[in-house]
Design a protein around this ligand. Structure first.
Ligand code: NCD
Length: 307
């Protein structure tokens, strides 16, 4: 994967997913690998981020590399009117080995990749995609079940605006016999262009609420209502409490699934779910660091091997 831009979850083949999972396992076991000592990453997060920025930073440090952070958009020359193109050209000129970028505009990561000579990893572009979140989501499922093939996965929440959900659906569609259940209030259902890309590859069923689900599932993937993507805040107010996962709601399901969430959580999973053995969301965030260690090494052409 040396030198490759990572823009979409469709950028990975099944074999590459499996290779990354195995390398992430080595990273998890070894914890620190000194393989990137002469490498530098630049992180450019022009939208709020906690986990993605921090876990990419931790991942780079743990493989022995260095990280330079662009800082906040407010403190940058973008506020003086510098164009996105010029900013990327300038960053690329410092010759980083990889650039990790997040931006509120859909397609911005692709645009940056077209400008930059060095590899660009998409850390989230608007509501479009978040491919490395899909990587850590699949890695968490793989660690739990030992496979991705055949899993039954329900997505619950703001499926319309959530970029983690489009990338996750694309990634799952590469595997065999996965069944997808999309559960959302009608105005938050998955966007047609996302459904279009997966519908011939994987069976998808649509529901308005979790109580309607009549089949056993292995994974319940919950997301927050993406307030910042609403143009009409009254609409946000109407849907913001429309689903809340509690232990009693989970116990009504045919089988209690594992519960995943990309985080941050607002109120859609109550904190008393956290102590259930099925709650995987904090482990999921930790897995993000290990799989990003593996991905960074791959993109920079470095070999991960156990000592
Ligand atoms: C997600 C994002 O930024 O899309 N967060 C993350 O990267 N873990 C999900 C969200 O913001 O709801």
């Amino acid at each position: 994967m040396k030198g490759r831009d990572i823009i979409s979850a469709f950028d990975f083949t099944r074999e590459e997913f499996m290779r990354l999972f195995n390398e992430a396992k080595i990273c998890e076991r070894e914890r620190n690998l000194r393989i990137a000592e002469d490498k530098m990453a630049i992180t450019v997060f022009l939208e709020p981020s906690t986990r993605t920025r921090l876990s990419f930073t931790a991942a780079m440090l743990k493989i022995g590399g260095k990280v330079m952070d662009f800082g906040s958009i407010e403190a940058s020359a973008l506020m003086k009117g510098e164009s996105f193109e010029d900013t990327i050209k300038m960053i690329d000129g410092y010759d980083p080995d990889v650039i990790i970028i997040r931006h509120k505009v859909e397609g911005s990561a692709k645009m940056a990749a077209d400008i930059a000579e060095n590899p660009v990893i998409n850390g989230g572009d608007g509501m479009h995609e978040h491919p490395t979140q899909a990587l850590l989501d699949l890695y968490t499922m793989y660690k739990t079940f030992g496979k991705i093939d055949g899993l039954r996965i329900a997505l619950l929440g703001d499926l319309k605006h959530g970029r983690t959900l489009s990338s996750l659906s694309y990634a799952l569609s590469i595997f065999n016999n996965v069944k997808l259940y999309c559960i959302a209030p009608p105005i938050l259902q998955m966007r047609p262009e996302v459904i279009e890309k997966i519908k011939d590859k994987m069976p998808c069923k649509f529901y308005n609420s979790l109580d309607e689900l009549d089949e056993e599932i292995d994974v319940l993937y919950v997301t927050r209502v993406q307030k910042e993507r609403f143009t009409d805040l009254q609409e946000y107010e109407r849907v913001k409490n429309s689903y809340i996962v509690t232990p009693s709601l989970l116990s009504k399901l045919k089988k209690i699934p594992i519960v995943m969430h990309p985080l941050p959580r607002v109120n859609e999973i109550t904190t008393d779910v956290d102590t259930m053995p099925q709650a995987k969301y904090f482990e999921q965030a930790t897995n993000g660091m290990y799989i990003r260690m593996a991905l960074l090494a791959e993109v920079m052409g470095l070999r991960i091997k156990s000592d």
